[in-house]
Design a protein around this ligand. Sequence first.
Ligand SMILES: Nc1ncnc2c1ncn2[C@@H]1O[C@H](COP(=O)(O)OP(=O)(O)OP(=O)(O)O)[C@@H](O)[C@H]1O
Ligand SMILES: [Mg+2]
Length: 308
Amino acid sequence: MTQTPLNPGDSPLVREALSSVVSRETSATPTAVQAGDGSGAGDAGWPRPAKTRVIAVANQKGGVGKTTTSVNIAAALSMHGQRVLVVDLDPQGNASTALATEHRGDVPDVYQVLVDDLPMADIVKQVPEMPNLYCAPATIDLAGAEIELVSLVAREARLRRALAAYDEIELDYIIIDCPPSLGLLTVNALVAADEVMIPIQCEYYALEGLGQLLRNVDLIKAHLNPTLRLSTIVLTMYDGRTRLASQVAEEVRSHFGETVLNTVIPRSVRLSEAPSYGQSVMTYDPGSSGAMAYMDAAREIAYRATVA
Ligand SMILES: Nc1ncnc2c1ncn2[C@@H]1O[C@H](COP(=O)(O)OP(=O)(O)OP(=O)(O)O)[C@@H](O)[C@H]1O
Ligand SMILES: [Mg+2]
C-alpha cells in the first residue's frame, strides 16, 4: 500500500473536487470570517452546502477523539465562512468546555431541549471570538436523559424535532458530539443526522466494537432515518513512528475505502492542551500539526459533499 498522504491536496478526489467546484461566495453576513483569519490556510470561503449538513460524530469507544474532532472540524469550517453549530450531546460537557460555553449550574442545556421541549434557540450560544460558530451546551443533567427519555413520546426523535424547529440562523453544518455509548442519546443523534462521522484511534483495539456501531447505524437507517449514511471515517492520534499506527490505518482503509479521509490526525500535545484554554487548536496554535491536520480534514469534508 502506498504511503498515506497527509495533505488532502495530494488526493485525486480532492484535486478533482477543487477543480470542478465553483466556490459559492459566502453570503455577506456581517459575521463571516474572511481571509487572514490566522488559520494558516490561504483560502477563505469554502463552498457552502446546498442544505444544512447534520453530522453525528459517534463511536461508543471512549477517548478516541470524538470531541476533539467535533470541535476542531467545526472551528475550521467556521473560519472558512461556514455557519456551524456544535451540539454537545455528552453529559461530560467536553465540547462545551472546549468552546468556552458555560455549562455548569443552571445554564439551560440540551437536556432541557430533549426532555422539557425547550426550544433550541433558548440554549444556543455564540462561541466567544468565533463569529460563525455556535454551541448547544450539555450540563451534567444530561446524564439523566438516557433514563428519562425512555418514557417520552417519540423518544428517539427528540433532537431531530428540536433541530428542525431551529431556524434562527442559516446553518451550514450541525455537528453532534456523541457520548461514548450507544444509548438513547446517540440514537437521537443518529436519527437527527444525515451523516455519521466515526473517529478511529490508530491503536490496537481500534476496530473492536465498530461492528456494533455499524449495525446500529443500519438499524436506524432501516427503521428511523432512511437518509442516514456513514460518510466519513477519520483516523486520529496517528503516531507515524510506530508500525502499528500505519497497520491500523491500512486496515481501516482496506475495509472502508473512500469513506476514510486522506488526512490523518497526528498525535499532538497542542490538541490536548487547547480545551483547557477554552479554545479549539485553530486559535490556540494554528501552526501546530494538529491544527493543520484538522484544517485539511475539514476542507476535505467541505469539498467532498459537493462531489457526492
Ligand atoms: N490527536 C491527538 N493528539 C493528542 N491528544 C489527543 C488527540 N486527540 C484527542 N486527544 C486527547 O485524548 C483525549 C480523548 O480525546 P477526546 O476527548 O476527543 O475523545 P472522545 O472520544 O470525545 O472521548 P469520550 O469518549 O470520553 O467522549 C483527550 O484528552 C484529548 O485531548
Ligand atoms: Mg467526548
